[in-house]
Design a protein around this ligand. Sequence first.
Ligand SMILES: [Zn+2]
Length: 369
Amino acid sequence: MRIRLIILGLLTMSMFSCLDNIDRKPDATETIAESVAPFKYWTWITADPKRNDDSYVEEFKKYKDNGLDAILINTNTDPNLLGRLAPLAKKEGLEVHAWIMAMNRPGDSVVRQHPEWYVVSRDGKSAYDHRPYVGYYEFLCPTREDSRNHVLKLVEELSKVDDVASVHLDYIRYPDIFLPIGLLPKYDLVQNEELPEYDFCYCDVCVAEFQKTHHRNPREMENPAIDMEWKQFRLNKIRSVVNEAYQIVHKNNKILTAAVFPYPEMADHMVRQRWDKWDVDVVLPMIYNVFYNEGTDWVGFATRQGVQDLEGTETELHTGIYVPGMSGEDLTQAIREAKANGAKGVSFFDGPALTEEQLLVIKTSKEGQ
Ligand SMILES: [Zn+2]
């Protein structure tokens, strides 16, 4: 269970206007707006329908009292549960975001009725009955009309819930072609190249559509990892789902946020996710240093990289920090690194994991703003 949680946290990387104004001159209005915009604190939480309202109110109060501004709630895509919790959180002064596992839909009863919706690996196996890495990896093909429309319908339902500020896309990507380096020993894996069993999606629809445009068959490529159009095809398929989700949520007067891999080129390399090219209001890159055997200085590096890549877009970046095992001192440093490198806020994974010491760090740093 512990490993599952760690992986979920890690791979969940599988979870906002121009950020870096250093190279351009902001006009007066922008300068004023930026000087008053507070540095925002978020946290991810997973809801349990069996818990009562009082226990949630207590949890929400704890976050608010310690300086948090926003929560991202995973309700397992249940608009009713979200509709129950959102007003409670709002009443305690928290902004609420509807966290959805988008392309990975573990246990989704509708999805289970459609084996053809699942991604297919280069070695011809469907994630329906051959899950890459872990049992809960039930990734859907982003190209098929029916599977992408299923995800978009869920996004729409969440975007209609009152008291919700955004729909928050998580797992908006393909399965990991490369796992974070810190995770490889857990799986006893060596990944020095793109391995066929972790390379997706080679389903009939993807292959036929690619072939129609590019006149070659990905299944017959000697080394598909170096075929740029095949890579781009897949990046574009994820982008297309995101951009349509953006239209849907904005129609319902909400914004779109997303949990993404640390910085765009790393996300592209690991999970075929090029988030600096998306229509998205806020990204929360999961800059979980421990997964990559890195220190807190890397939080600053990855934040800066993402901020620079978003220059000229309307997307804001708020840094995701993985708190388990982090000392108070390291957390202080990680927050500083994010802020000094252009993030507009930080999000902690996850809420229930925050220790008393960490909550004090958050509260103190909030008061110092
Ligand atoms: Zn496919």
